[in-house]
Design a protein around this ligand. Structure first.
Ligand SMILES: Nc1ncnc2c1ncn2[C@@H]1O[C@H](COP(=O)(O)OP(=O)(O)OP(=O)(O)O)[C@@H](O)[C@H]1O
Ligand SMILES: [Mg+2]
Length: 317
């Protein structure tokens, strides 16, 4: 286990004209990350992902909880933990004036890497940055900046890498490209903890994940395990009276949910249940405007655990 965290909590207090405000950002999070795996923390905006990662990276002190990271105690041995990890923040700082090569070489020196120039060269090549390594940071595209930020966190080849929303704002091609790089790192033994609010990223990239909402873990497992929990298929229906339709179909389904006027019906075997669902609606004179049949997704897991859809939180781009 490279990360074994239990009961992490963090409350922020801020003062403004309206008085003192407190936010319980993280309300008791536990995470177990195995060596060499890609572990995802999936959740909507404000769920507590960044706060959790910052606590694990020793950047802010938890109010409660314990963690052992790379064999070191979070509270007693923060310096040893810092040596074992690379951290790429959500904003991912790339300097405007300096070139990627200068920044990455500087980071290598700061980490005490023996041959900083060679290490910088290697990591710049691996992230396809060799051709643009000597241009000022401000001339880089968003995707290139993101890759430089990750190179900065990796130049000292840490066994553990924290990536806070590494692909936010990237186009699908750049995102897939970065996934490949992250997979390569994992294959070579680097453990990766990343946060994301992209369902498909969590599904495609992570070996295991924790779904967080309002500062707590609401579900944890491999993407396949999580989807198996809600299991089977989802029939999504749009119609005038979803509430009455839900009541009509409930006896034929494992579960039904109405969310923003859309009815989701969870069944084990969608293809064979569909005709009887349609018949029941017809008997009640409920008129459909659309219907679709899909395998359960991580969003269905999120919906089942929190009562709302992650897509509807505005998280999914
Ligand atoms: N320094 C701070 N002072 C006050 N409140 C804070 C502070 N940092 C975070 N918060 C609050 O804590 C909650 C959790 O924030 P956090 O940044 O951990 O969420 P997140 O899951 O990373 O969200 P996002 O997907 O938007 O990055 C939010 O309500 C946020 O406003
Ligand atoms: Mg965040």
């Amino acid at each position: 286990m490279i990360i074994d965290a239990k009961g992490l909590k963090k409350t922020f207090t801020s003062r403004s004209r309206k008085g003192v405000q407190t936010v319980e950002a993280v309300r008791g999070v536990g995470l177990e990350v195995k060596e060499g795996e890609i572990f995802g923390v999936l959740g909507p905006n404000g769920a507590g992902k960044t706060t959790t990662i910052r606590m694990l990276a020793t950047l802010i002190r938890p109010d409660a909880g314990t963690a052992v990271i790379a064999g070191h105690d979070l509270l007693k041995e923060p310096a040893a933990i810092r040596r074992a990890l690379g951290y790429v923040s959500q904003a991912g700082g790339v300097e405007e004036q300096n070139s990627p090569r200068a920044q990455v070489t500087f980071a290598a020196k700061l980490y005490g890497v023996a041959d900083a120039a060679a290490a910088a060269d290697r990591v710049l090549k691996r992230f396809d940055l060799a051709d643009i390594a000597d241009r000022p940071g401000r001339t880089l595209s968003g995707g290139q900046k993101r890759r430089v930020a990750i190179a900065l966190g990796l130049v000292h080849t840490p066994p553990l890498l924290f990536l806070d929303e590494p692909t936010t704002g990237l186009d699908p091609q750049n995102r897939a490209n970065l996934w490949d790089r992250i997979r390569e790192l994992s294959e070579q033994g680097t453990s990766v903890l990343l946060s994301t609010h992209y369902l498909e990223e969590a599904d495609a990239l992570c070996d295991r994940l924790a779904i967080v909402d309002h500062g707590v873990v609401v579900a944890e497992g491999t993407p396949a395990e999580l989807k198996r929990e809600v299991s089977g298929d989802v029939v999504t229906l749009r119609l005038d009276d979803p509430g009455r339709a839900a009541a009509t179909l409930a006896p034929l389904a494992k579960d039904t949910r109405v969310d923003e006027g859309v009815l989701r019906v969870y069944v084990d075997d969608g293809e064979h249940t569909l005709p009887s669902l349609l018949r029941a609606l017809q008997e009640e004179r409920l008129v459909l405007s659309s219907i679709s049949l899909d395998r359960a997704t991580l969003d269905d897991v999120f919906l089942a655990k929190t009562g709302r859809s992650l897509r509807d939180t505005g998280a999914e781009a």
